[in-house]
Design a protein around this ligand. Structure first.
Ligand code: HEM
Length: 349
């Protein structure tokens, strides 16, 4: 039986009264109203709402990837949701411009009242990092957990024990059938093409009369490094002992295969998925850099309210927090289409 519902009212559904009563400024509490503090609060609150939506999307993508066999239609849903996160990130980036309409002198009106509260304590931001695959190693545990309430520490510890998107993507890549195909050793063919390409490059460098002997030596030593990195990729023992990658060899090779043949209908969805992961990772890094610049502009060389070195700390953390770096590096192993082996027939149907 369908239950009769009361007619819904906009303000009740969206809890507008609750929402608009949540902007309580510290400056008004000390009787010295700082006009821009309302903007500061609203911008942070809007960020937190978007973080909530991002977590909702990441959790659902992780749930799909946790199944033993990811169906094509499920991968399509994951792609739509990753794209949604990427669009939200564009808004997150733009919001910094709204924040920057507040000038450093206006921030100083209330900044000291905020100490020791800080973005360090954004639990949802930390959850996003952890669910994507950032590891809370021993060097991070103190600085991150030490600043949080007991309840928030519990939430972070629980999140860090969950299987991350990175780990699920790696397992999904390993399950793909492209590495070992008994009827056709694809990677042997690929290696031959790579050797041909490198030999051609060597010839081009050696024959280049515009380069000095010193420059030729330098270019050739770079080529040797490229050749060595291919060797490591194709040799499981070398990969195990020499590679510093987080993705294992099979996952890396399968990702490379998807990148090479991304136009094949069978692989288009998988390619879009990996490409969106790279975009998502790059957008977070861009946000961190932009946020560090904003902190520099706002604070100069002052320390943060959370006690860090301020923009210096933020700049360093932008470099260290990339997660899907190995996917960026796939480009190092691409070769021109004209040199590619045939797409394996056994995979065509
Ligand atoms: C006037 C504007 C802002 C300034 C001057 C600023 C400054 C800082 C500083 C100096 C830190 C380092 C920790 C500390 O010592 O406090 C920090 C961390 C952080 N802030 Fe901001 N921030 C601003 C706005 C925002 C906004 C709008 C957000 C959006 C949520 C945000 C999110 C974060 C996060 C997540 C961290 C931790 C980053 C990490 O540990 O990698 N901040 N901020």
């Amino acid at each position: 039986m369908i239950r009769k519902r009361e007619s819904l009212y906009y303000g009740d559904y969206l809890k507008i009264d609750d929402l608009t009563s949540l902007q309580v400024t510290e400056s008004s509490k000390v009787g010295n109203d700082a006009h821009d503090e309302t903007l500061f609060i609203i911008v942070h609150q809007v960020y937190e709402l978007w973080f909530k939506q991002i977590l909702h999307e990441i959790n659902s993508i992780c749930a799909y990837l946790s199944t033993d066999k990811l169906k094509d239609q499920d991968l399509a849903v994951c792609n739509d949701r990753l794209k949604r996160i990427v669009e939200i990130q564009h808004i997150l980036l733009q919001q910094l411009q709204v924040m920057e309409t507040m000038k450093p002198m206006d921030f100083l009106e209330f900044r000291d009242l905020l100490t020791p509260a800080s973005g360090f304590q954004s639990v949802q931001f930390r959850q996003v990092e952890l669910l994507l695959g950032f590891k809370l190693d021993s060097s991070m545990k103190g600085p991150v957990l030490g600043r949080l309430s007991e309840n928030d520490q519990k939430i972070i510890t629980e999140t860090s024990n969950k299987t991350s998107l990175f780990d699920l993507v790696e397992k999904w890549l390993i399950r793909m059938p492209y590495c070992h195909n008994s009827q056709y050793d694809f990677w042997q063919e690929y290696s031959k093409s790579v050797q041909k390409m490198l030999a051609k490059d060597k010839q081009i460098i050696s024959d280049n009369h515009l380069l000095s002997a010193e420059e030729i030596k330098f270019e050739l030593s770079n080529l040797t490094l490229t050749s060595q990195s291919f060797e490591v990729l194709f040799d499981s023992e070398k990969y195990e002992s020499q590679s510093k990658r987080r993705l294992g060899q099979n996952a890396m090779l399968n990702a490379l295969f998807i990148f090479i043949y991304r136009e094949q209908p069978k692989l288009a969805q998988a390619f879009n998925f990996l490409n969106s992961l790279i975009e998502l990772d790059a957008n977070f890094t861009t946000w961190r850099h932009r946020h560090a610049l904003m902190a520099h502009r706002m604070l100069g060389s002052k320390i943060g309210t959370g006690g860090s070195s301020g923009h210096e700390y933020l700049k360093r953390s932008a470099e260290k927090r990339q997660i899907f770096t190995d996917l960026y590096d796939i480009s190092s192993f691409l070769i021109p289409r004209s040199c590619l082996p045939e797409f394996p027939e056994t995979l065509e149907n």
